[in-house]
Design a protein around this ligand. Structure first.
Ligand SMILES: Nc1ncnc2c1ncn2[C@@H]1O[C@H](COP(=O)(O)OP(=O)(O)OP(=O)(O)O)[C@@H](O)[C@H]1O
Ligand SMILES: [Mg+2]
Length: 459
């Protein structure tokens, strides 16, 4: 009998066919959703209304990853949420099967291949790069050394006009109290090598905007990471008369989306030295959550809070308690917009993203028509002109329409996108799967050098 290790058990998982290798599961339990390349067998499974990702891996690695993902979730770092590990699986004839790690499918997440397959503009790539840099810095701040940054190991979610990046694969990760500069630089260099490979593969597949160069992209990642890290943790020294620089630093960090929980301030003669010691991401999303209970991404929160400020000014509510005004805004602005969206279109964007897009839509319409368009009117225009034609991004059990990024091409196996398309001469290059073919009997080992070696000739 299989064993389930879970801090939040879902009993509907128990009757699933654990005695069958994941690759052979009957499709009635599966959902075909886009995903990144993977070395292991990964399937999306459906129980009732819930969709989970299941990955077949050896037990110690499954347990290691489960615990790391739990730590990341507990610390509020963007990562997929672990649900369970299923161990002691056996086939009917008694042969052992590998364990399965189950994580909750990250709603509204976009694997990079879905993003790139429809063609992304240069500035979108720049936003994806920013999101990756923030994720890496956030992981490093809490002492997490990833050791396997790659496009396939990151999921993206829309975040107002930006993106938020989530970690999806923690197998090779390590949690430390603190990371040394050497450890961080090592992680960054792995990221650069892997991402260079990923961008080169996209380029070779004609999926990278011709104005973008893989080398330049990874150089940007290095530079932006270092700049962000130094803003988040760097020492600043200034003369005593420039005391307002303390507040300036805190404001800059807030603007980047971080709260300063601990700022170290010391004086030596007439010189002041400051260094943030503890910074927490989510400055705006925490504030919005406190005021309205809405759980959003950081830039969505920033946008909604700005709208709340405008609302207060417009309705002469500056003197009113902020929480009371926020409640009123929620009831008279946010909720009417979200409630106006027909149910069958709600799978296209999450509510905060819809509200952000309606605000944008209204702004352009107001400019065009030289009048102030009310939100209730704009939302209908947005539904007709924008929302209706967008693909579903919720990717829930009921919305499997996005399984084929390009309608003209059918996947060989919709439950396993790494097998490529029916009319492809070649399946997409997946070094791990190539490797598995050659050394099918070898157990899966965590070996990044192999990945880089295999990837090398492709670059
Ligand atoms: N919880 C989840 N929500 C959404 N997508 C997921 C989830 N878990 C996995 N995926 C998708 O499945 C893909 C493969 O998962 P994962 O990276 O964990 O597999 P892997 O075999 O360990 O990869 P690697 O080859 O990097 O070791 C991811 O790129 C992602 O697109
Ligand atoms: Mg992976």
């Amino acid at each position: 009998m299989p064993r389930f290790l879970s801090s939040r058990p879902d009993s509907r998982l128990i009757p699933l066919p654990w005695g069958t290798p994941l690759a052979e599961w009957p499709t009635e339990h599966l959902v075909a959703l886009p995903r990144g390349l993977s070395r292991h067998v990964v399937r999306f499974i459906r129980v009732g209304e819930s969709v989970y990702a299941a990955k077949e891996i050896v037990e110690p690695v499954a347990l290691h990853e489960y615990r790391l993902l739990q730590d990341l979730t507990r610390l509020g770092t963007p990562a997929v949420e672990p649900l369970a590990v299923v161990t002691q699986r056996h086939r009917a004839d008694g042969r052992e099967l590998e364990s399965v790690l189950i994580t909750r499918h990250l709603q509204f997440s976009l694997p990079y291949r879905s993003l790139f397959s429809v063609g992304v503009r240069q500035d979108t790539v720049s936003r994806l790069v920013d999101a990756m840099v923030v994720l890496l810095a956030r992981l490093h701040l809490i002492g997490f050394m990833w050791r396997d940054v790659s496009l396939s190991n990151i999921l993206f979610r829309r975040d107002a006009g930006e993106f938020a990046a989530y970690l999806v694969d923690a197998e090779t990760g390590e949690m430390h109290a603190d990371l040394t500069t050497g450890q961080r630089e090592h992680d960054l260099s792995i990221a650069v090598t892997n991402l260079f490979g990923d961008f080169s593969d996209l380029q070779a597949g004609g999926m990278l905007d011709p104005s973008l160069d893989p080398l330049q992209l990874v150089e940007t990642i290095e530079t932006r990471y270092r700049e962000l890290w130094s803003e988040l943790t760097g020492v600043e020294e200034f003369p005593e008369r420039e005391l307002d620089r303390i507040e300036g630093r805190v404001r800059r960090l807030n603007a980047l989306g971080f709260d300063v929980a601990e700022l170290d301030i010391s004086t030596a003669g007439k010189t002041i030295r400051i260094q943030p010691k503890v910074v927490d991401a989510g400055h705006h999303s925490r504030r919005l959550m406190r005021l309205t209970g809405l759980d959003t991404e950081e830039n969505q929160a920033r946008r909604l809070l700005n709208d709340l400020d405008t609302y207060r000014a417009r309705n002469n509510l500056q003197g009113t308690d902020e929480a009371v005004a926020a409640h009123q805004w929620l009831a008279t602005s946010f909720e009417p917009v979200v409630n106006a969206i027909p149910k069958d279109l709600m799978g296209k964007r999450d509510p905060a993203q819809i509200y952000h897009e309606v605000l944008d839509y209204r702004w352009y319409q107001s400019q065009r028509e030289r009048r102030e368009v009310p939100l209730t009117e704009a939302v209908h225009g947005y539904i007709d002109d924008v929302l209706t034609s967008l693909p579903d991004e919720e990717l829930s059990a009921d919305s499997v329409t996005l399984i084929q990024p390009d309608d003209a091409q059918a996947l060989v196996n919709p439950y396993d996108p790494s097998q490529g398309y029916v009319d492809d001469e070649e399946t997409p290059y997946d070094p791990w799967e190539d490797d598995a073919g050659e050394n099918a009997t070898e157990p899966a080992v965590l070996d990044l050098d192999t990945l880089r070696r295999l990837r090398g000739p492709k670059n």
